[in-house]
Ligand binder design. Structure first.
Ligand SMILES: Cc1cc2nc3c(=O)[nH]c(=O)nc-3n(C[C@H](O)[C@H](O)[C@H](O)COP(=O)(O)OP(=O)(O)OC[C@H]3O[C@@H](n4cnc5c(N)ncnc54)[C@H](O)[C@@H]3O)c2cc1C
Length: 423
């Protein structure tokens, strides 16, 4: 091949590192937006690109199969000429040469590169993490391993972590007939995300189902069951808490948050700031390199602040915006952040700016005790976030209220008889 032909090839290659929802969405968006050149997705896992929300809910419960995980089936990649390089992680980026090195030794050239490397479970420094029966939870295989055990029922599970993943696994494990005890650093689970009043709604539902809580308490050590041996020093038998209590456990899941996967970006000299720092177009500090999804700390035009979102909707919106930016369009990620959860019979959706909702005025439409309500967070009389629990088809109206930035009458906001569109 002569140099000119090589240059044409190099100039049209889009490379995406990461086979999660942000990476898959970006590839699809490139095609939707008319890009006809080469697209390569490089993944670490030996899987089709997949999404994670079902892993702690329907897939873990055995109610949903693999189909629920894949945003696009295998044939979609073939039909759309998207090359999938699976189980071959990227090991280095050379921003000057516009190349990516893979573990296999292969080198990929890119015109534009997207880093969609996601995040990994935070590791806590306590003894006993290597015992058999101790799990972290992020991947499809993590979920499959735990499902095989929890579906037997009758296990004693200790969950370390009182955030969304811990609470969702607790609900699923309990529904599968296991004893569940959850430890967390907060007085009330989910407080860091939605405050104690709303966190208590979820806690009460878990208590009614028999989930036990030790709050606030951290895990001081994970202990081997007496008389057990194994390659990793035996099987788990209990967890000792910071208050000195020893809780029996034959399964432990550590779910204490995640850390963004920034090693590649750091080694390549990109600016980091709680993830990979990107502007509102999702461009990093290096030319032709973009970042999206859990790993990206993006400047939000509405708040003027950087925020890293670890949610499904952000992976989709970010994948789309990154694709357009890679194509040279002036795309901006300005969606109102959104996420959802399902725990027992509580279905919830949340839209808004979490940082602005901290210590904001709380207005509730309906009653928290009924498990059917909408909660709003207000600053200076303006709605900055809203969350509906077992009330549906109100997200557009909630987002309109946030987007409008208008001052609202809190009595009308709290009155279910007044349509949200008329507030
Ligand atoms: C169990 C679970 C339940 C969730 N439930 C919800 C929910 O109910 N609602 C909600 O809004 N959000 C939920 N989330 C969050 C949501 O799934 C994430 O925000 C989303 O997965 C982020 O997508 P991503 O593509 O940025 O990253 P990821 O999905 O983490 O994908 C990144 C991929 O990049 C790969 N990778 C990393 N480094 C390399 C490398 N060097 N080379 C190649 N590949 C690499 C990783 O292996 C990974 O497969 C949940 C998350 C989990 C784990």
């Amino acid at each position: 091949m002569n140099a000119a032909a090589d240059a044409v090839h190099v100039d049209h290659s889009m490379v995406i590192i990461g086979g999660g929802l942000a990476g898959a969405t970006a590839a699809a968006s490139l095609r939707v937006d008319g890009f006809a050149g080469a697209i390569t997705i490089v993944t670490q896992e030996a899987e089709l690109p997949y999404q994670r929300p079902p892993l702690s809910k329907g897939f873990l419960a055995g109610k949903e199969g693999e189909d629920a995980l894949y945003p696009y089936p295998a044939q979609w990649y073939e039909e759309n000429s998207v090359e999938l390089v699976t189980a071959d992680p990227a090991t280095a980026i050379d921003p000057a040469a516009h190349t990516v090195a893979l573990a296999s030794g292969r080198t990929l050239h890119y015109a534009k590169l997207l880093l969609a490397t996601g995040a990994s479970p935070r590791v806590i420094p306590i003894p006993g993490l290597d015992l058999e029966g101790v799990h972290y939870f992020r991947t499809k295989s993590d979920s499959e391993r735990l499902k095989a055990l929890l579906s037997e029922g009758g296990h004693s599970l200790v969950l370390i972590g009182s955030g969304w993943i811990g609470m969702e696994i607790a609900a699923t494990a309990r529904e599968l007939g296991n004893e569940v005890t959850l430890l967390g650093l907060e007085d009330v689970p989910l407080s860091a995300a939605i405050g104690p009043e709303l966190g208590r709604v979820f806690q009460n539902r878990h208590l009614a189902a028999g989930v036990q809580f030790r709050l606030p308490a951290s895990a001081a050590s994970i202990n081997a069951a007496s008389g057990t041996t194994g390659t990793a020093g035996g099987k788990v038998g209990s967890v000792t808490t910071s208050t000195g209590e020893e809780i029996p456990a034959d399964l432990v899941v550590v779910a204490v948050g995640v850390v963004p996967n920034t090693a590649l970006a750091q080694a390549a000299g990109l600016t980091l700031n709680n993830g990979i720092e990107v502007n509102a177009h999702l461009a990093t500090s290096a030319p032709d390199i973009f970042a999206a999804g859990d790993v990206a700390n993006a400047l939000h035009p509405a708040t003027g602040a950087h925020a890293r979102s670890e949610h499904w909707a952000n992976a989709i919106a970010g994948g789309k915006v990154a694709a357009r930016s890679m194509l040279g369009h002036n795309a901006v990620l300005n969606d109102i952040p959104y996420f959802y959860t399902d725990q027992f019979d509580l279905g919830m959706e949340y839209s808004g700016y979490g940082a602005l909702a901290q210590d904001a005025e709380l207005v509730v439409r309906g009653s928290l005790d009924s498990n059917e309500f909408i909660a709003f967070w207000l600053r200076g009389g303006k709605v900055v976030a809203g969350m509906n629990v077992n009330v549906w088809d109100v997200q557009d109206a909630i987002k309109d209220l946030i987007h409008s930035g208008r001052t609202v009458d809190t009595r009308r906001l709290a009155d279910p008889a007044v349509a949200l569109e008329e507030i």
